[in-house]
Design a protein around this ligand. Structure first.
Ligand code: SAJ
Length: 416
């Protein structure tokens, strides 16, 4: 008889785990959300959320009120465990699997025969099998699939999250899922669970293939953005408008150049390509070059702003936007922050930062005297130079007259 998986424990209540927990609860599962941060746990148990994502607050509030979603700092026995913890890199771009190992070890303690463990975090190739081995070390009396295949007592699979911040709830349900098992039975059990709330297709493969598929998706995007960013540097050098060049080239039926910008931010596209490079360093010159091109873009933008600022005795520079992309509050790896940081440490004058989605400056800018958080009207009124760093909706609405007489550096092509 197939196991039922009616109770689910979601480990990691961040941008992926919390929406996942709330959706499962709304579909009738009994869900325990687990996070190491006691404040996050307390907030969720009050029916509140700690991240900005459309409709998430309503979903969490309802699930908690109906008793379908609870949060705790430690896992409890359940039928299925979904792990969605960060897998960042350490200084030399090596994957840091310490949060994953900690999560796996905490789950291991409560596992029983028939359970299913799924990892949604992005993983270097081979990590799902490693998780199976970590679990086996803690529970030598149980059989695990990296060693016992279809005879295993606990099934282990990888189903990488593919959701876009700002559209997470919709995409969690609607997107196709790649589901890789350590054994075919593991994949089959994971598909049984996902089919209960996913409307997209569930595509079955091995854990190792699923791992590389996710890394390939984000590297593909990084390489293509790098091409656009390189083109924008060429245009700056030649005095051409990159937005015109891209728009006209994209009229070709087989060309689709992405958008240049101030750099690539977020916790995925700027990170995941390094996991491929780390597994095959001699075979990834293109992926590595793309990373370097995108990482160099903030310094290039800052150099343009500093050159413009040199023309003023005491320049007032408005920097519009800090998040890593439009209409979200997420500041992780944001190129906009790096640009403001360079302007603040290498330039002169005052820097007026406008970020409509956060009420205060991030720590790295907070203590810099020349940097102040202000509202959009104030910044536009006072500025000699306006640097558009994020294409947030309120910035799109700025009337062209308000920019008249100012030096405008529009890194997103919002006002072209
Ligand atoms: N960017 C550009 N030009 C573009 C597109 C994006 O400069 O044409 C920049 C953005 O401004 C941002 C960065 O790239 O700084 C990344 O933004 P994004 O919207 O491309 O991606 P993320 O990081 O928000 O989400 C990605 C998604 N992956 C893909 O689209 C292949 C998402 O589906 C993944 O779930 C997510 O990474 C993840 O968690 O891996």
């Amino acid at each position: 008889m197939k196991p039922k998986h009616d109770t689910v424990c979601v480990i990691g209540l961040g941008y992926v785990g919390l929406p996942m927990a709330a959706i499962l609860a709304s579909r009738g599962f009994d869900v325990l959300g687990v996070d190491v941060n006691a404040e996050t746990v307390a907030l969720i148990n009050q029916g509140k959320v700690h991240i900005v994502e459309p409709d998430l607050d309503i979903l969490v509030n309802g699930a908690v009120a109906r008793g379908k979603l609870k949060a705790a700092t430690k896992p409890e026995p359940a039928d299925a465990f979904i792990i969605a913890v960060p897998t960042p890199f350490v200084d030399d771009h090596k994957p840091d699997l310490s949060y994953l190992k900690e999560a796996a070890e905490s789950v291991a303690g409560v596992l029983k025969e028939g359970d299913l463990v799924i990892i949604e975090s992005t993983l270097p190739v081979g990590t799902t099998e490693a998780v199976s081995a970590w679990l086996a070390e803690v529970r030598p009396e149980l059989r695990f699939p990296h060693r016992d295949g279809s005879e295993a007592d606990v099934q282990v699979a990888h189903s990488p999250e593919r959701v876009l911040p700002g559209r997470i709830l919709m995409e969690l349900v609607g997107n196709d899922r790649v589901i890789g098992g350590v054994s075919p039975l593991c994949a089959e059990r994971a598909v049984d669970l996902y089919r209960r709330f996913v409307n997209g297709e569930c595509l079955i493969t091995t854990a190792r293939t699923a791992e590389l598929v996710k890394l390939a998706e984000n590297s593909y995007r990084d390489v293509n953005i790098a091409f656009a960013n390189e083109l924008s540097r060429v245009c700056d050098r030649l005095g051409l408008n990159v937005w015109d060049v891209v728009a006209l080239a994209n009229h070709h039926p087989r060309v689709d150049i992405l958008k240049p910008g101030p750099g690539v931010g977020g916790h995925c596209i700027a990170v995941d390509p390094w996991f491929i490079i780390d597994s095959a360093p001699d075979d990834t010159p293109l992926i590595r070059a793309a990373r370097n091109v995108n990482d160099a873009k903030p310094a290039h933008v800052a150099a343009r702003v500093l050159a413009a600022a040199a023309e003023f005795p005491n320049p007032r520079i408005a920097c519009l936007g800090l998040s890593y992309k439009a209409d979200i509050d997420d500041l992780r790896e944001s190129p906009a922050i790096e640009i403001v940081r360079i302007l603040a440490t290498q330039g002169k004058g005052d820097i007026l930062v406008v970020e409509p989605h956060t009420s205060h400056l991030p720590e790295c800018l907070d203590s810099v005297e020349r940097v102040a958080a202000v509202d959009l009207d104030h910044a536009l009124e006072a500025a000699d130079i306006v640097v558009l760093l994020v294409d947030h909706k309120p910035f799109k609405a700025v009337a062209p007259e308000r920019l008249k007489g100012k030096v405008v550096i529009d890194t997103r092509g919002l006002w072209r």
